[in-house]
Design a protein around this ligand. Sequence first.
Ligand SMILES: Cc1cc2nc3c(=O)[nH]c(=O)nc-3n(C[C@H](O)[C@H](O)[C@H](O)COP(=O)(O)O)c2cc1C
Length: 208
Amino acid sequence: MAKVILLNGSPKANGCTATALDEMVKVFNEEGIETEIIHVGNKDIRGCVSCGYCENNGKCVVNDLVNEVAAKFEEADGLVVGSPVYYGSPNGTILSFMDRLFYSTSFSKHMKVGAAVVNARRGGNTASFDVLNKYFAISGMPIAPSTYWNMTHGFTPEDVKKDKEGLQTMRNLARNMTFMIKAFSDAKEKYGLPQVEKDFFTSFPDGK
Ligand SMILES: Cc1cc2nc3c(=O)[nH]c(=O)nc-3n(C[C@H](O)[C@H](O)[C@H](O)COP(=O)(O)O)c2cc1C
C-alpha cells in the first residue's frame, strides 16, 4: 500500500494547517493511500549546525524527531509539508526541521512525490509556498499540482472550513498526488527510474 507522510509545521495540532491537511487525508483514505500526520511545530526542533556528522553517519547528530521521520520518509511514496505563514515565510520550526531532514538523509528521494501546503490569515502565502517547494525540487521529487496554489486562509480552523476554494484545492491536490504516486509506481516497473548523474559538485575550490 502506498504511503504519504504529512508534516504539520504549526504548533497547533488542530489548527488551520491541520484542517487543510485533514482535508487531504480524507481523499487519501478514499483512494486507498495510507497516511500519517506528524506534528512538527509543537516540538523543540533546533536548526542545522553544519557539523558534517550526517555525512559520515547518515543521520543527524541531534537525535530527535528528524531522525524518526527520516526512517519513515525513506519508506514513503509521498511527503506533504504544511506550514502556517509567519512574517511572510514558513514558520521557523518547520524550516529547521526540513533543513535537517533533507540535509542529513542520503537515501534516494527520486520520484517520491512532494507537495507543500500553507495557511495564512491574510498574506505571505505564495512566498512561503515557494520556499517549501524548493526542498523537493532539489531532491528529484516531482511536485504535485492542484487547481490553485496550495493555500488556505484563516486565523482559526472555523475560518478555514469556510474557505471552500482552499479546501477544494487540498482535495484536488490529494487526488493528483495519488495519481502521480500510482503512475510512477507503474512507470518504475515498466521503465525503471531515470538515470541520475552524480559526479560533479562544483564549489570552485580553486577560487576560479
Ligand atoms: C509569529 C506569527 C507571524 C505571523 N505572520 C503572518 C503573516 O505574515 N501573514 C499572515 O497572513 N498571517 C500571519 N500570522 C498568522 C498565521 O499565519 C495564522 O495564525 C496561522 O496560519 C494559523 O494556522 P495554524 O492554526 O495552523 O497555526 C502570523 C502568526 C504568528 C504567530
